[in-house]
Design a binder for this molecule. Structure first.
Ligand SMILES: C[S@@+](CC[C@H](N)C(=O)[O-])C[C@H]1O[C@@H](n2cnc3c(N)ncnc32)[C@H](O)[C@@H]1O
Length: 406
């Protein structure tokens, strides 16, 4: 867990080196161009998109370390191979069932990070004799694609040929299992505020560049966003008070539609930190969920050296579920990461690795704690399964069904 810094403690962040600052300045220049093209101000989502994904300069597209102890944050596959091994058990069940009716079943991992999850899943599926013909990785960042290739060559060289990198979805798939671990939280979001005025109008956060600095202000929002926030308040019986600030992911709908459109049968497994809608927009969460990560320190200042830090927002799983239902997909499961991993044999996998090496045992126990304890990743991270033409129960959701909380 990373304790958020107060914004007044922002100076506690280590000063980036000269070269990194120079890269950030180039990125700020790109943001300035985007603002000029737009006539002055761009929505926060456009700023976030450039800050994270601008080719060669964005946080995910540049050469920074990002993942693991030496990077800025640690994701579940970086914590332990158990995570991928449990996911493989879930995949094994789905692949075997789909193969009965589909001539061709693919696995697609979105945003594969360092490539370590792909390695763990492939090695575990090999053991289970359930390897798919192709394991596709759809990765936006060319730099990460290279890193993933190195990881797979180093740790599972004999399976390298099974992996294929995609820059977009195939045009048709008879059966597909999608894995997206911490992908939705890395999608650009809109930031909004409810104004203090009597009418409580919704305002959107807009970004510009002044001198070399990122500046922001709230402007009256467009109709689409205002209507969406009205809809959320109605369906969740919430009233957002004047001054309330939060985020909205408008990209997830198109992302889901694109997968649904090209597949005859699909299971989408989403793993991410997030809440249901009433928790997400809880009256006490007045400053939203947006967070920035740099060298394992969390803070709220998105304007700090763009391109050198991660920017992320929690996932509103209720909204994801509504979008799925709108396109006739089923919400087949929603549970905590802890319950999903335990239902997929985490304890048994741990037991298989018992050795006399005390140090090794402590390390493995620590990994299990990080993945499952409520105070760590266990509860904050949720797993959601969305399905199309797939009616079998999914073992990962057999222990705890939280769909009634959505
Ligand atoms: C927080 S990292 C998680 C990496 C990895 N899944 C892990 O668990 O270690 C977010 C990843 O999502 C990717 N990403 C974000 N939006 C995406 C999209 N629309 N399609 C594919 N990848 C995306 C980023 O490029 C990045 O690799």
């Amino acid at each position: 867990m990373v304790e958020p810094l107060k914004n007044s403690d922002i100076q506690a962040l280590a000063e980036p080196d000269k070269e990194a600052k120079q890269r950030s300045r180039l990125l700020v220049d790109r943001i300035r161009h985007a603002c000029d093209d737009a006539g002055g101000w761009i929505p926060f989502s456009e700023f976030m998109n450039i800050a994270l994904y601008e080719p060669g300069l964005g946080y995910y597209s540049g050469g920074l370390q990002k993942f693991g102890q030496k990077g800025d944050f640690i994701t579940a596959p970086e914590v332990s191979a158990f995570f991928g091994q449990c996911l493989a058990k879930q995949l094994n069940e789905i692949l075997r069932s789909m193969r009965n009716t589909c001539e061709d079943v693919s696995v697609i991992e979105f945003g594969a990070g360092s490539g370590v999850l792909a390695v763990d899943i492939l090695l575990a599926l090999e053991k289970l004799q359930a390897l798919p013909k192709k394991y596709f990785i759809l990765e936006l960042s060319a730099e990460l694609q290279q890193r993933q290739q190195q990881t797979i060559r180093r740790q599972a060289a004999h399976l390298f040929d099974r992996v294929e990198w995609l820059s977009q979805l195939p045009s048709e798939m008879s059966g597909v299992v999608v894995i997206a671990n911490e992908v939705l939280d890395a999608m650009p979001v809109e930031c909004f505020r409810v104004s203090d005025d009597a009418g409580h109008a919704v305002e959107t956060l807009m970004i510009a560049v002044e001198d070399e600095n990122i500046v922001s202000k709230y402007l009256p929002t467009d109709r689409q966003l205002a209507e969406k926030i009205d809809l959320i308040q109605q369906r969740s019986e919430l009233v957002l008070a004047g001054g309330y600030r939060s985020e909205l992911n408008l990209s997830v709908e198109g992302w889901l539609c694109a997968i649904e459109k090209v597949s005859d049968r699909a299971v989408i497994l989403l793993i991410d930190y997030g809440y249901n809608e009433t928790e997400y927009y809880h009256p006490d969460r007045v400053n939203g969920t947006l967070m920035c990560y740099y060298q394992h320190k969390a803070h709220g200042d998105f304007s700090w050296w763009p391109g050198l830090q991660d920017i992320t927002a929690f996932v509103n799983f209720t909204d994801v579920a509504y979008h799925a239902v709108d396109i006739d997909m089923q919400v087949t499961g929603y549970t905590t990461q802890a319950a999903f991993l335990l239902a997929n044999g985490l304890s048994e996998l741990h037991a298989e690795q018992v050795t006399d090496d005390i140090q090794q045992q402590v390390t493995l126990s620590q990994q299990i704690k990080t993945l499952t304890l409520p105070s760590e990743m266990g509860d904050r991270f949720k797993v959601m399964a969305l399905t199309k033409n797939y009616d079998e129960p999914l073992r990962g959701f057999s222990m705890l069904d939280l769909r009634n909380r959505l």
